[in-house]
Ligand binder design. Structure first.
Ligand SMILES: [Zn+2]
Length: 198
């Protein structure tokens, strides 16, 4: 048995998927009573005094105060919020990519994308969820300091204003395109497994 192959799904107190933990951290949360076990794997580990089944899913005893709040506007969160999963051969069936908001093409290289201010900064547009999309540097440059209407463009990607919960789900889905069987009841599998229309 490879215990490293048994990641544990962490649910918030309201059973919202929150992230995953290595089994060791999951056991620590359970032993310290910060969380309880919802499902176990068949695999187990032994300490000198006890044998523990590996937790497949744990739920936290107290609700995170921030889970349903708007996500912080950071570069990492923007790239996560706008990521899409695209087919990528057999070894890793899907991987994250992005769609340029201005030309609509899929881009695999994060470094080719820039923050596109929908209302240009020179017109008072802010760097906030309600004004930022991802676009190729070249597309961004072509639009320049014009509005979408002035440039004759429409956004190919709706602006996103995710909560921390939305980002937790996106992060999990990127990390586990094919989730462990034990998790499936707790994930929105329709969303999880549906092909993404890029
Ligand atoms: Zn583009």
């Amino acid at each position: 048995m490879l215990v490293s192959e048994n990641p544990c799904l962490a649910l918030a107190a309201d059973f919202t998927p929150e992230g995953f933990l290595p089994w060791r951290d999951a056991l620590t949360s359970v032993i310290s009573k910060r969380a309880y076990v919802v499902e176990e794997y068949d695999a187990s580990v032994a300490s000198p005094s006890r044998r523990f089944r590996l937790p497949a899913i744990i739920a936290r005893r107290s609700q995170s105060a921030t889970l349903h709040r708007p996500a912080a506007f950071t570069r990492a969160n923007v790239f996560l919020a706008y990521s899409v999963l695209v087919p990528d051969g057999r070894a890793r069936p899907r991987r994250a990519a992005w769609k340029c908001a201005l030309c609509g093409e899929i881009e695999h290289d994060m470094s080719a994308l820039t923050f596109e201010h929908v209302v240009p900064r020179s017109r008072g547009g802010l760097s906030t969820w309600s004004n930022i999309a991802l676009a190729h540097a070249s597309c961004n440059h072509k639009k320049g300091a014009r509005t979408l209407a002035e440039a004759g463009l429409t956004l190919h990607v709706p602006l996103r204003r995710p909560t921390n919960r939305d980002l937790a789900t996106l992060r999990l889905r990127t990390q586990f395109p094919t989730p462990p069987q034990a998790w499936r009841t707790y994930l929105d599998l329709v969303y999880w497994t549906s092909p993404i229309d890029p």
